[in-house]
Write a protein that binds this ligand. Structure first.
Ligand SMILES: C[C@H](N)C(=O)N[C@H](CCC(=O)O)C(=O)O
Ligand SMILES: [Mg+2]
Length: 364
C-alpha cells in the first residue's frame, strides 16, 4: 500500500454558540483537511485546527508545512513499513504539530485499513464507548449558568468551565454554576493560562473552602512557567492538569519528573498526532499519572482519531472530546458516533469514515 498523493482542503462548520476562553473567541471551525491516497485506491483522512494562540500554527503555516515539507518526504513510501513512514513524517520539519497531526491521523486511518481493523482495536482495544464532558464558555455568570443548565439538559454529567479572565469574577461564576446545577454534576475548570501562580493558589483555595468540589483545574498559569505550575500543584488540593505546558513526550517527561502537575492533557494537535500521543501515554503510565484526551476546535475527523486513541488506552481516564458537540452541523458521514456525551467507536476498519465530502478538496 504505497502513498501516491496527499491532498489538502478546508472544512468550515459554524459553532452552535461562540466559543470563548481566556485566550480567544471563535464563531466557527475553520480547519484544514487532508486526504492521503494509496496505489491500492485506499484513502485516509486527517484534520488540523489552526489554533495560533496555543500551537502557533496558522492556516497558511499548516498548508505550507504539509505541501512543502511533509508531502515530498512521504510520496512513494509504503504503509506496510509504518515505522519508516512515521519517522519520515515526524522528522520532516520542526514544530508545526497541527500539520503533522493531520497527516499522522490520515496515515493511522490507512494503517487500520491495511490491517482491516478499527484503529482503537489495533492500538489496544480497551473500550468501545467513552463519555465526554462539554465546555462552557467564559461569559457573564448568568449566561454561564444558563449554558450549564442547557448542557445538563442535554445529558452531560461533566462540565468543563472556562475561567481565567478575572479571579474575583471566576469565583462568582463558579459559585453561581454550582448553586444552579447541584452536586450530581462534575465540574472541572480550565483557566487557559489566565492566572498568575499566586493568584491561582489564592482562588483555588477559596474554591476549596467554598466547597465547590472542583474535579481538577486545567492550565492555571502560563504554558512555559513549569515552576509556576509546580507552585500551584504543591499548594492546592484540587488536582492540576497540564495542557498548554505539554506538547511533546519530552515536555511530559519534564513535567512529571518535576511533579509539576497531577494530570496531563493529550491533544493530537499538540503532539503532532497519534504516534507521539502513544509515547506520552507510556510515559504517564510509567509515572502512574492519568491522562485526559482533549481537542481544539476540531470537527468529527480529527476528534474521531482522538476517540480511537481514548478507546485504546486505559491510562486515558478523562475525556474532553466535545468538538463535534459544539458544532451546529456534521458534514462527515461515518467515523465515531457522537451522541451528545456518549461517543461510540465504529467497527469499520481504520477510523471508519464513510463519506468525507469531495468539495472540501476543491481549492478554488
Ligand atoms: C474544545 C475543548 N473542549 C477545549 O476546551 N479546548 C481548549 C482549547 C480550544 C481552543 O481554543 O481551540 C483547551 O482545552 O484549552
Ligand atoms: Mg485546556
Amino acid at each position: 500500500m504505497k502513498i501516491v498523493d496527499i491532498q489538502v482542503g478546508r472544512i468550515s462548520v459554524p459553532l452552535r454558540t461562540p466559543f470563548k476562553t481566556a485566550l480567544r473567541t471563535v464563531k466557527s471551525i475553520e480547519d484544514i483537511v487532508v486526504k492521503v491516497v494509496t496505489d491500492t485506491g485506499h484513502v485516509g483522512y486527517g484534520e488540523a485546527a489552526p489554533t495560533a494562540v496555543i500551537t502557533g500554527d496558522t492556516t497558511g503555516a499548516i498548508i505550507g508545512a504539509i505541501n512543502e515539507s511533509i508531502k515530498p518526504q512521504l510520496i512513494g513510501l509504503s504503509i506496510n513499513n509504518f515505522e519508516d513512514v512515521m519517522q519520515r513524517l515526524h522528522g520532516s520539519l520542526l514544530k508545526n504539530s497541527s500539520g503533522k497531526a493531520a497527516v499522522d491521523i490520515a496515515l493511522y486511518d490507512l494503517f487500520g485499513q491495511l490491517h482491516n481493523a478499527p484503529l482503537y482495536k489495533l492500538l489496544g482495544g480497551y473500550k468501545k464507548e467513552i463519555i465526554t464532558d462539554i465546555t462552557i464558555s467564559v461569559n457573564e455568570p448568568e449566561e454561564m449558568v444558563k449554558d450549564s443548565l442547557d448542557a445538563v439538559g442535554r445529558g452531560y454529567k461533566t462540565l468543563k468551565i472556562k475561567v481565567g479572565k478575572d479571579p474575583l469574577k471566576d469565583m462568582e461564576r463558579m459559585k453561581a454554576i454550582r448553586k444552579a446545577i447541584g452536586y450530581d454534576i462534575q465540574l472541572r475548570i480550565d483557566a487557559n493560562q489566565g492566572w498568575k501562580p499566586k493568584e491561582a493558589i489564592n482562588i483555588l483555595r477559596k474554591m476549596e473552602d467554598a466547597g465547590l468540589e472542583i474535579e481538577f483545574v486545567e492550565q492555571p498559569v502560563l504554558a512555559h512557567d513549569f515552576e509556576g505550575l509546580k507552585l500551584v500543584t504543591d499548594n492546592v488540593s484540587i488536582p492540576v492538569l497540564a495542557d498548554e505546558s505539554v506538547f511533546s513526550p519530552r515536555d511530559a517527561l519534564k513535567i512529571l519528573e518535576m511533579r509539576a502537575a497531577d494530570l496531563i492533557n493529550i491533544k493530537l494537535m499538540k503532539t503532532g498526532g497519534i504516534y507521539n500521543a502513544l509515547k506520552i501515554c507510556s510515559i504517564a503510565e510509567t509515572y502512574g499519572v492519568e491522562c485526559m484526551i482533549g481537542c481544539m476546535l476540531e470537527s468529527k475527523i480529527s476528534v474521531t482519531a482522538a476517540a480511537h486513541l481514548a478507546g485504546a488506552k486505559s491510562i486515558i481516564t478523562k475525556i474532553d472530546l466535545d468538538g463535534p458537540a459544539l458544532c451546529s452541523i456534521d458534514p462527515v458521514e461515518g467515523g465515531a458516533n457522537f451522541e451528545e456525551y456518549k461517543i461510540i467507536l465504529p467497527e469499520a476498519s481504520g477510523l471508519g469514515f464513510v463519506r468525507v465530502p469531495e468539495e472540501f478538496f476543491n481549492n478554488d
